[in-house]
Design a protein around this ligand. Structure first.
Ligand SMILES: Nc1ncnc2c1ncn2[C@@H]1O[C@H](COP(=O)(O)OP(=O)(O)OP(=O)(O)O)[C@@H](O)[C@H]1O
Ligand SMILES: [Mg+2]
Length: 248
């Protein structure tokens, strides 16, 4: 397949995604051969307010402007259980393991019904968070890493995983500027780290960063300094995604 071609309309160069070998982290989805999937799977990880949505909106605009079909996925977006999951979070009534399995169900549904069909059709799939956030949250709540690795063995290995890194103090400011509040779960209030939500947010985010550091060796995240301007960050993401599409 030709690696790139120039669009006559706007003169932009389209990088034609080159096929890459694809695999699951573990047991995968029964009956599905991942090696036959085209497209690209790009994951954007990062804390609440790290700028994931801002970057994804810009990436979609850029990719579609270059002629690529894109699709977005994220946590709690499955048609199967997202509503029930939202209710469960509001009530704080489920045990940690049940909530964890609820999230895993939501994720598996999207893998099977959105991610895989979209890759098969050659789409660029952009995931707003992936299994790593789910595992980090569960590990911070004492879940066994081996059990989690097995649970998320149904996940496809992405082509690239960006981790948007922003200091916790700046995250607090961004979240306040956006919503005038911090989120109960994203502040780890269920863990009883502190009665003070700011304090809890800073401590909990530090725990999550620690978990990501632990996972770095196994999963190889591309760490992006996301305290820079939105333009600078986006340019770096574009360059790296282009390299992925060229099969580098
Ligand atoms: N590079 C940046 N520098 C400063 N502020 C930024 C930057 N990127 C995004 N913001 C601002 O930070 C806030 C959070 O950004 P955004 O909603 O994109 O983050 P998010 O990671 O998607 O958050 P959430 O976890 O709530 O979905 C917004 O008000 C946004 O305008
Ligand atoms: Mg967002």
């Amino acid at each position: 397949m030709k690696a790139s071609l120039r669009l006559p309309k706007n003169g932009r160069t389209i990088v034609v995604p080159q096929p890459s070998s694809r695999r699951f982290y573990g047991h995968g989805i029964p009956g599905l051969d991942p090696s036959k999937l085209g497209g690209k799977l790009v994951v954007i990880e990062g804390a609440d307010g790290s700028g994931r949505s801002t970057q994804i909106t810009r990436l979609v605009e850029w990719l579609e402007g270059c002629g690529h079909a894109t699709v977005q996925v994220g946590l709690k977006r499955s048609t199967l259980v997202s509503e029930e999951l939202e209710q469960a979070k509001r009530g704080n009534i489920l045990s940690r393991t049940t909530l964890s399995l609820f999230y895993a169900t939501d994720f598996a549904d999207q893998i099977e019904n959105v991610i895989i069909p979209s890759l098969r059709a050659g789409f660029i799939v952009i995931a707003d968070r992936y299994i790593y956030t789910l595992m980090a949250r569960d590990m911070a709540r004492g879940a066994d890493p081996g059990w989690l690795r097995n649970l998320y063995g149904m996940a496809l290995v992405p082509d690239i995983v960006f981790y948007l890194n922003v200091p916790a103090e700046e995250l607090v400011q961004r979240n306040f500027a956006k919503d005038y509040a911090l989120d109960y779960w994203e502040s780890g209030m269920d863990l009883g780290l502190s009665h003070d939500m700011f304090d809890s947010f800073i401590r909990y985010q530090a725990m999550i960063v620690d978990m990501f550091k632990k996972m770095q060796k196994t999963y190889g995240f591309t760490i992006v300094d996301a305290s820079r301007s939105s333009d600078e960050i986006n340019l770096e993401l574009q360059k790296k995604i282009e390299a992925v599409m060229r099969g580098k």
